[in-house]
Write a protein that binds this ligand. Structure first.
Ligand SMILES: NC(=O)C1=CN([C@@H]2O[C@H](COP(=O)(O)OP(=O)(O)OC[C@H]3O[C@@H](n4cnc5c(N)ncnc54)[C@H](OP(=O)(O)O)[C@@H]3O)[C@@H](O)[C@H]2O)C=CC1
Ligand SMILES: O=C(O)C1=N[C@H](C(=O)O)C[C@H](O)C1
Length: 263
C-alpha cells in the first residue's frame, strides 16, 4: 500500500512516517508539509530520502506517487481541502486531524461511495482511548450524570478535543436525558462550567507537560466513577494508524471512529 503522509513535519506526522517505514506491508511514497527544506526532510526521515517524494504540493504528490492512501495530521483549517482533493483523485483518506462537523463527515462518506473508495476519520487512534469511550458509553446508561475533563499539550489548536466530542456523541446515543447541576447555577467567571453538549459539560485543560489525556467522570448517589485514559507519547496512536491504512483498502464509504474497524 502506497502511503503519502500530510503534515509529515509535525508531531504526529513524524511518528507516522516512522511507523509506515517500519511496516513491511506499507510503502512510504510521499511526505507533504507546508514548508520543507533539506533539514526538515532529514529530520522527518532520519536518513536520506530514498526515493520518498517530499513536497508542499499535495495534489502533485498524490498523482506523481500513485498513492493508495493519504494520512492527514495537519490542522483543522487545512485538513478539509486535503480530504476533498484525495477523494477526488481516488486516494483513500485516513484522517487523524480533528475539528470537522457531522455534515462534512456525511458529505465525505457520500463522496467516497461515489468514487468507490474507503476512508477513515478517527478522532483518536489509541486503542485505550477507544476502550475508554466505549466503557463511558456503557456506564452512562446507569450513571447519566457525567462531565468530561480533557487535558492536552498547550500547542493544541482545537477545543474541546476530537476525542471528547466523540465520547460525548457516543454517550448521547446511550444516556437518558437528565438535568445536570442546579437549574439556577450561575457562572461568576464566564466559562467556569465548561462547554455544553446535550446537557453534559466538557472542560479543556491546555498545559505544557501533557500529551493527550481524558477523564470521564460519572456521579451517582453517594458515589463517583472515573474512567481515565492517558497517551503518554505519540507512539500510542501508531498501531491504530497502521491498521487503518491497511483496512481502508477493504471497504467503500467513510468510517468515523476506529471502533468501527474493531471486532
Ligand atoms: N486522531 C488521533 O489519534 C490524533 C490526532 N491528532 C490531531 O492531529 C492534528 C495534528 O496534530 P500535531 O501533529 O500535534 O500538530 P503539528 O502542529 O505538530 O503538525 C501539523 C503539521 O501540519 C503542517 N501543516 C499546516 N498547514 C499545512 C498545509 N496547508 N499543508 C501541509 N501541511 C500543513 C504544519 O506545518 P507548520 O508547522 O509549518 O505550520 C505541521 O508540520 C491535530 O488536529 C490533532 O488534534 C493528534 C494526535 C492524535
Ligand atoms: O492534538 C492532539 O494532541 C490530540 N488530538 C486528538 C483529539 O483532539 O482528540 C487526539 C488526541 O487526543 C491527541
Amino acid at each position: 500500500m502506497r502511503v503519502v503522509v500530510v503534515g509529515a513535519k509535525g508531531r504526529m506526522g513524524r511518528e507516522t512516517v516512522r511507523a509506515v517505514l517500519n511496516d513491511p506491508e506499507l510503502e512510504l511514497v510521499g511526505c507533504v508539509d507546508r514548508t520543507l527544506n533539506d533539514v526538515a526532510v532529514s529530520a522527518v526521515l532520519g536518513h536520506e530520502s530514498n526515493g520518498v517524494k517530499f513536497s508542499n504540493d499535495l495534489v502533485k504528490t498524490l498523482i506523481d506517487t500513485n498513492a493508495d492512501v493519504m494520512v492527514d495530521f495537519t490542522t483543522p483549517a487545512t485538513m478539509k481541502a486535503n480530504i476533498d482533493k484525495a477523494i477526488e483523485l481516488g486516494v483513500r483518506p485516513v484522517v487523524g486531524t480533528t475539528g470537522m462537523t457531522p455534515e462534512e463527515i456525511a458529505n465525505w462518506d457520500q463522496a467516497c461511495k461515489d468514487r468507490g473508495i474507503g476512508g477513515l476519520i478517527a478522532p483518536n487512534f489509541a486503542i485505550g482511548a477507544i476502550l475508554m469511550m466505549r466503557f463511558a458509553q456503557q456506564a452512562s446508561r446507569y450513571l447519566p450524570h457525567v462531565e468530561i475533563i480533557e487535558m492536552h499539550h498547550d500547542q493544541k489548536l482545537d477545543a474541546p478535543s476530537g476525542t471528547a466530542i466523540k465520547t460525548l456523541e457516543l454517550i448521547a446515543q446511550e444516556r437518558q436525558a437528565v438535568q445536570q447541576g442546579h437549574p439556577n447555577e450561575h457562572e461568576t467567571i464566564p466559562g467556569s462550567r465548561g462547554g455544553e453538549f446535550d446537557g453534559m459539560r466538557v472542560h479543556s485543560v491546555r498545559l505544557p507537560g501533557y500529551v493527550a489525556h481524558q477523564q470521564v467522570i460519572f456521579g451517582g448517589l453517594g458515589q463517583t466513577l472515573t474512567i481515565r485514559h492517558d497517551s503518554i507519547n505519540r507512539e500510542s496512536f501508531m498501531p491504530g494508524v497502521v491498521m487503518s491504512c491497511k483496512q481502508v483498502m477493504k471497504y467503500e464509504g467513510l468510517v468515523y471512529g476506529l471502533e468501527n474497524l474493531l471486532d
